[in-house]
Every structure is written in C-alpha cells, then in structure tokens.
Design a protein around this ligand. Structure first.
Ligand code: PGA
Length: 253
C-alpha cells in the first residue's frame, strides 16, 4: 500500500515572513496527520527558516531544484549536501517550468537525480506533455522519453526511493485540470513502464503524484484513482486552507 504524498511547490512566491507564517499554519493544521506525507518546497532562500519552523512536525521540506556537482566553482548553484544541511528531505527535479523556460533537458535532470540520491535527498521527478503534444497523440511518447532520460542508470533500489510527478503542462496554473480518467491513464502507463524497465515490486512501490490545478474541490476525486498516490500542488499550496483541504482529500483515499 503506497502512502499518499501531498507536496506544495511554492515556486517564486511569498517572502520570508509569509513563508514562515504559512508553514507555521500548516504545522498546526497537520499535527494529527499520520496517514499522509506532507511537504512544502519554498524558494531556496527561505528553506532554512521554513525548515526550522517545521522541525519535528509532520511537514517535510523540499527544494525546487539543485545542481548535480557536490561543490566547487558553480556560481549561483546549490548542492544536494547544502539542501540536506538546511533541513531538506526532498528536491523537485525537472519541473516543466525548468524544462521549458530554463532549458533543462532530461540528461540534466538525470545528473541531478543521481546527485540528489547520493546526498540522501528524495527526488520528486516531474514529467508531462505540452498541449500540442497531447493534441498530436504524443503524450505517452513524451512521458516515456522524459521518464527514461531522467531516471537512466538508477538501480531498482534507487528507483524505489524516487517520487514521480505527472504534470501535464497544459494543466499547470491554468485552472484546467486533467480529468481523473485522463490522469489515471498516464499514471497507469507510467506504472507499467516501471514494471517493464525494472520489475513489479518497483512499479508497486514508487509513488506517482499528479500535478496541475489541483484544488480542494477536485483533489479527492483525482486521489481516488488507483494509481494516483498524491499531488504536487502549486497555486493552492500558497495558503493554509486550500492546501489542508487537499491533504484532507488524500486522507479519504
Ligand atoms: P498548479 O501548479 O497547482 O498551480 O497548477 C502545479 C505545479 O506546477 O507543480
């Protein structure tokens, strides 16, 4: 039985005071939440403060990106060890905004996935098709290419530690959510792909989050699908109430 996992991706939003206030609110609201994993991924400059405010609570902390080298002359970058050092447990890798706006390739993501696991971080690896790709019936080709490229070279044991997030790009921040059936179709295909590339145990272990306009009023229905194990939430993770509403949807699973 896979444990549901709800993560908030704050992207480039909030400030120091509002980040700390938000996590403090979430810490209170999730005090009795023993059946769902919860995490927030603030902007990197606020990681330390957010991790301190969340210490000892049910709210885990993750970064939104990292660099693959362990240290050295890489101006502006952060290593996995640095993220661990300030209290991160997770790191989002290959988010579509990084792939499409900042030009990250699956090869870049793959280097980061290996480095994250070496640093003891749990990578949340994002895959997802553009609207034009879905319309051209290329969804599964894109997902397969991104998945294979991003997890290349991982052993079965390493793969079991990874979280996959399926985020159709056309549903991110648009209010246009994939239907539960559309999302489940891709999640099931991803699970079959993992069985094919690894084995049944890996496929049954890895959690696959859905992301793209998840809100309290659509979360329960999405999360009720057998292969949707959680959500990666953008806009609705920026306030306590909607994020807690989504966690409540996961608890019904
Ligand atoms: P959204 O973002 O919930 O605002 O659509 C999801 C994401 O990009 O992770």
């Amino acid at each position: 039985m896979r444990r549901a996992f709800i993560a908030g991706n704050w992207k480039m939003n909030l400030n120091l005071a509002s980040s700390v206030a938000l996590v403090e609110g979430l810490v209170k609201a999730t005090a009795d939440c023993d059946d769902v994993d919860v995490a927030v991924c603030p902007p990197s400059v606020y990681l330390s403060a957010v991790a301190q405010a969340a210490a000892g609570s049910k709210v885990g902390v993750g970064a939104q990106n990292m660099y693959h080298e362990p240290d050295g002359a890489f101006t502006g970058e952060l290593s996995g060890a640095m993220l661990k050092d300030v209290g991160c447990r997770y790191v989002i890798l290959g988010h579509s905004e990084r792939r499409n706006i900042l030009g990250e390739s699956s090869e870049d993501v793959n280097l980061k996935v290996h480095a994250a696991l070496s640093a003891g971080l749990i990578p949340i690896v994002c895959v997802g098709e553009l609207l034009a790709e879905r319309k051209a019936n290329k969804t599964m080709d894109v997902i397969r290419r991104q998945f294979d490229g991003s997890i290349s070279g991982l052993t079965a044991d390493q793969m079991k530690q990874v979280v996959i997030a399926y985020e159709p790009v056309w549903a991110i921040g648009t209010g246009e959510v994939a239907t539960p059936a559309q999302a489940e179709e891709v999640h099931l295909a991803l699970r079959k792909l993992m069985e094919d590339r690894y084995n049944k145990e890996v496929a049954e272990t890895v959690r696959i989050q859905y992301g793209g306009s998840v809100k309290p009023d659509n979360a329960a229905e999405l999360l009720a699908q057998p292969n949707i194990d959680g959500a990666l939430v953008g806009g609705a993770s920026l306030k306590v109430e909607p994020f807690v509403g989504i966690i409540a949807g996961a608890r019904k699973k």
